[in-house]
Design a protein around this ligand. Structure first.
Ligand code: G6P
Length: 372
């Protein structure tokens, strides 16, 4: 009903507006003295956190992309090898697991059958299991050794938005606590990262102001048949998520690519007028990924692509190369996905709206898929 939507045109519009709050609430009560302490992780204990030699993240859909962001962070901070796998693939390929493997499932609903079956499988194989879940008391957390609840609040729209940023937040809290337990980061470094994470909700509130501009873009693109998304490092899962939203909501063919992969195939898709969203890493990034992505943009533009760049405020180097630039506030690399994904969530929703589609209830999809 209209009242439930709180004055918004759809549940999705309301839920996107709640993305900053979803992050803030997921952090709440889990930081003390500037360091991370997630009380629910006591169920696993520091000995287990120190003893694991591998992390495997299993999920489906948007949750799997949050898992991919988590992989980059956990590996970098806690120096443990991390893999991400779609739950339905994991279970049917006889994976190697041991008691020192931690399997992390990510699920908004906590009821996705593919993910649930993978968790049960992992437990029976002797692995430790941690659930990242948005629904109190759901089946997956009940079947797991420990749970970190995301506090995004109930998500009604079928396609996931605020749960995604909350899942990434929970992944980061876990990665930082793991790094503390394993002493792979010093306290000052953890404090710095925690402080930056705590600043994200406020920055994201500013990002939400781009909504009107994105609505305009979506309106002139209502007839577009294909959209590509490019990103690198943690911008890569953001590209995948941007593409999934367009498929789910606007029924448009969309694909996300790792920008470095462009020359190995996808560049052949570029023809005049092809719209490409590019998530541009910060020019301050010391690995010079910014220059590499700008060069990707030049290559596709030379072939006629229309480039919409999502780039940091003050990044002027990108301006001559993009048809449109959507700005996000300054943040260090791991916090960029939380800021960059929201314009893509808005874009998916606005394009669906421009096509006259039901953004909350896309055809053929279910909020929680409880069959295999
Ligand atoms: C469904 C939804 C997706 C969601 C996926 C995983 O397919 O349409 O939006 O990402 O399930 O759901 P979960 O509840 O496990 O996060």
């Amino acid at each position: 009903t209209a009242a439930e939507k709180g004055g918004w045109s759809s549940f999705m519009a309301k839920e996107i507006s709640e993305e900053p709050e979803a992050i803030a609430k997921t952090i709440l009560g889990r930081v003390s003295d500037g360091l991370v302490h997630v009380p629910e992780l006591d169920a696993l204990g520091d000995d287990v956190l120190r003893g694991i030699d591998r992390v495997l993240i299993i999920a489906c859909g948007t949750a799997a992309y949050a898992g991919l962001v988590g992989k980059y962070a956990i590996e970098q901070w806690a120096r443990v090898p991390v893999d991400v796998e779609l739950a339905h693939e994991f279970r049917y390929r006889d994976p190697v697991l041991s008691t020192s493997t931690l399997v992390i499932s990510v699920s908004q609903s906590g009821e996705t059958m593919d993910t649930l079956m993978a968790v049960k499988f992992a437990r029976e194989a002797g692995a430790r299991t941690l659930s990242i879940c948005n629904t109190q008391g759901a089946t997956i957390p009940r079947e797991s050794d420990a749970v970190i609840y995301t506090h995004a609040g109930p998500e009604v729209a079928v396609a996931s938005t605020k749960a995604f940023v909350a899942q990434i937040t929970a992944m980061y809290l876990f990665g930082l606590q793991l790094a503390q337990a394993r002493a792979t980061l010093d306290d000052e470094t953890v404090r710095g990262l925690v402080a930056e994470l705590q600043e994200v909700p406020e920055k994201l509130t500013k990002v939400l102001e781009v909504g009107d501009r994105i609505r305009e873009l979506a309106h002139w693109m209502a007839d577009t048949r294909s959209v590509l998304f490019l990103g690198r490092h943690v911008g890569y899962p953001v590209a995948l998520e941007g593409a999934l939203k367009l498929k789910e909501l606007a029924y448009i063919h969309a694909e996300g690519f790792a920008a470095g992969e462009l020359k190995h195939g996808p560049i052949a898709l570029i023809e005049p007028g092809q719209v490409v969203f590019v998530i541009v890493p910060s020019p301050r990034d010391e690995r010079s990924l910014h220059a590499k992505v700008v060069s990707n943009i030049q290559e596709i533009r030379a072939r006629g692509a229309r480039v919409i760049a999502i780039a940091e405020e003050g990044d002027v180097a990108v301006l001559p190369h993009a048809d449109e630039v959507i700005r996000i506030p300054l943040a260090s690399p791991f916090f960029e996905p939380l800021l960059a994904v929201v314009p893509l969530h808005i874009f998916g929703m606005e394009l669906a709206a421009a096509k006259g589609l039901d953004v909350d209830q896309p055809r053929n999809l279910a909020k929680s898929v409880t069959v295999e």
